[in-house]
Design a binder for this molecule. Structure first.
Ligand SMILES: [Zn+2]
Length: 494
């Protein structure tokens, strides 16, 4: 028996929450001086501290604390005046100390929110906590078909990542979104990613694992007021997967509940290829980790003046920028969302700064250029054309040098690497024929070639003008401005 998404939503109300892990872009690790750069040779960025060798002692990286406070402030959180790290005890080969230094009952930032826009409406997502911990190493399972430990011949461990500062951002449960739940989850991660990027605290690359998401989902029977058992889906490594993971868990849990069974509290794995989750381990309870305050580190007690200094140094946040650009560009919330979903906000802003009108900039990036990016399977920003070049094309159109068709040719030539728009116009002779005598000659020739049409126009049948305009456009290889051609024909035949 399967349950469709629509059927599931008729009977159940989804509740979701997100735990997002963000690797901070500090130069060194959280408790030692090892570098944090991505892609170095395995185990080349390690020392006794991050390998957990006996006798080594951690020292907290102040920049990591500052970045975490910056995130907390941007998420409207309260910042603790005093808090401690905690040991989270569990055994895993990629964790050399057999415990992780994390935060438990004393997180650095608590009780905030992030406003997001989804489907044109603003939703306030509550933030439960923001805490700082160290990342683990990475296991590589060799010899199996799946890259997982099952069936592997042996495993290798790379500790370069062990000890990189990791911030965990936990939302409060988000109920009441109904059908929109998967889209709201995706919009939250998108907004959070943009926020973290604007704060300059992480490179937020989901594909490199510097932004990772776990999605909690549960269903409650409509009208019951009782929240169901939640599952935690891991391996959700793209924005699209966030949406798919929530949707797939809603369908799966509805099927379980409809069949009279119970949803089991467990960790599940999301599979990018099939879009479904499969069962992982049953979820540990907090007591399984035997947390206790980390005895090797002093407490964190950020002075109020320092926190205020960090607050004063916050950049313009995405929500403020969105409000400003929406107003400057005369856009509705939905229009702006379309720009953001296309990855075009920065491009349009730069194009406007280079001299194009917001409407022109938006038209080219969301129209012709989005089409070409789509055809080539590229992100919009990866197209071989700069905002300044797009602005120049828009300027040439506004000045009457190019019509839209010629502008498209110029854009194709820029994308093909033929040079700057002006060079292309000159080299290819693409400019609109605006020489009046040349145009008048073409108009006279068209009238001479179609005497019957000319007669109709003289009799007042203006719909026939199109035939002559078409003839002139053909004669000029479509380089004339059709509006001007029409004016000239009517003048000649009046
Ligand atoms: Zn180290």
């Amino acid at each position: 028996m399967t349950v469709t998404y629509e059927e599931a939503l008729q009977r159940y109300e989804p509740v979701f929450g997100l735990e997002t892990h963000v690797e901070l872009s500090t130069r060194t690790k959280l408790f030692c001086g090892c570098p944090t750069s991505f892609g170095a040779a395995p185990n080349s960025q390690v020392c006794p501290v991050c390998l957990g060798l006996p006798g080594s002692l951690p020292v907290t990286n102040q920049t990591a604390i500052e970045y975490t406070i910056r995130i907390g402030l941007a998420l409207n959180c309260d910042i603790a005046t005093w808090c401690r790290f905690a040991r989270k005890n569990y055994f895993y080969p990629d964790m050399p100390k057999n415990f992780q230094i994390s935060q438990y009952d004393e997180p650095l930032c608590t009780d905030g929110y992030l406003d997001i826009v989804a489907g044109g409406t603003t939703v306030r997502v509550g933030i439960e906590r923001v805490h700082l911990e160290e990342d683990t190493g990475k296991s590589l399972h060799v010899g199996g078909a799946t890259g997982r430990i099952h069936g592997a011949e042996y495993s290798l461990v790379d500790y370069n990542r062990a000890g990189i500062p990791l911030v965990e951002i936990v939302t409060k449960p988000v109920p009441g979104m109904g059908f929109l739940a998967p889209g709201v989850a995706k919009a939250y991660v998108t907004e959070l990613r943009d926020l973290l990027r604007s704060l300059g605290v992480s490179d937020v690359r989901m594909e490199e694992g510097s932004l990772r998401c776990d999605v909690n989902t549960s269903l409650s029977l409509r009208g019951s007021g009782v929240w169901g058992t939640r599952t935690e889906t891991k391996n959700v490594n793209s924005l699209r997967s966030v949406e798919r993971a929530v949707r797939s868990e809603i369908e799966r849990q509805a099927m379980v509940l409809d069949s009279g069974s119970r949803v089991i509290q467990e960790t599940r794995h999301f599979h990018e290829d099939t879009g479904v989750t499969t069962s992982g381990r049953s979820k540990e309870e907090a007591q399984d980790y035997r947390y206790f305050p980390e005895p090797d580190l002093v407490p964190i007690a950020p002075p109020a003046a320092w926190v205020e200094q960090i607050r004063a140094g916050l950049p313009e946040l995405p929500s403020a920028r969105r409000a400003r650009l929406q107003e400057e560009w005369f856009l509705s919330a939905l229009d702006f969302e379309a720009l953001r979903n296309a990855g075009a906000v920065d491009l349009v802003e730069k194009t406007v700064l280079a001299g194009a009108s917001p409407a022109e900039a938006r038209k080219w990036w969301l129209g012709e250029l989005a089409r070409r990016a789509n055809d080539a399977g590229l992100q919009l920003g990866a197209l071989a054309i700069t905002p300044a070049q797009v602005a120049r094309v828009a300027e040439l159109v506004a000045a009457g040098t190019l019509n839209d068709r010629l502008a498209r040719d110029v854009i194709d030539a820029v994308l093909a690497g033929e040079g700057e728009p002006d060079e292309i116009v000159a080299a290819r002779g693409l400019a609109v024929v605006s020489d009046e005598s040349a145009l008048t000659k073409a108009v006279d020739e068209a009238i001479a070639a179609h005497p019957d049409v000319a007669a109709k126009i003289r009799d007042g049948k203006l719909t026939a003008v199109g035939v002559l305009v078409g003839a002139v456009m053909k004669a000029t290889q479509r380089k004339a401005d059709p509006t001007r051609v029409r004016e000239l024909i009517l003048k000649r035949l009046s």
